[in-house]
Structure formats: C-alpha cells, structure tokens
Design a protein. Sequence first.
Length: 127
Amino acid sequence: MSIMDPGKNLKAMREALHLTQEELGKLAGISKGQISHIETGFKRAGPKLRPRLAGVFKMTENEFTRALHSDEQEAVFLVHLHQIPAPLRSQIVGHLAILFSQVKDKPEFLSGFINQLTIYIDLAKKV
C-alpha cells in the first residue's frame, strides 16, 4: 500500500502536463515558491490555493483534492482524464462502466477491458 503524498502528487500532476513550477504558478496566479513549498510538503494547498490549482488541471476543487490524496498513479490518471472535453469524458466513462459490468465476472475478458482502458488513457495524454 502506498502512502498518500499530496506534494508529490502535485509534482507528478504538474509534470504530466509538462509544466514547470513557474508555468503552473503563472497559470494559477501564485508564485513558483508557493508551488515548490507545496510539492516539498513545507506548505499545504489550502482553501485559497486549491480552486486556483484545480482550474489549471481542469478539475473541480473536490476532484483536485481527491487527486492530491490519491496514490500518484491515480493522480496522474485523473489529470489526463480531465484534459479530455467533458462530453467525451462522460461517454468514455459510461463506455468503460458498461464494459466493466460485462467482464467483471469473466477474468478471460479482463485483458480486453484493460486494453480498452489503456487506449483511453493514451487518448487523454494526446488531448
């Protein structure tokens, strides 16, 4: 089980979008130093900063907070997922839910589900 590290997750999320600390800071309207302090755990992303940072990642504040407190892999996945336009994202999530309901009790089809999920993740990285 991995330990949740909001600072490490923010760094991974920032890097998933190929942003420097300075670029993220400019987009969020905060300083590079504040980004550095959050990433190193010296400071938390408090209630004034969360909405600004969430907006850069195209997330609601709740989605952003969830990503910060997830494991690193899920945080990066959520960043990629939220770069897909909302209507398309809803279709993808709906499709995956249907697909999963059909294969969850059939291990032999699980690899197909994982392949489809991988395709969607790759698509999210390109958007």
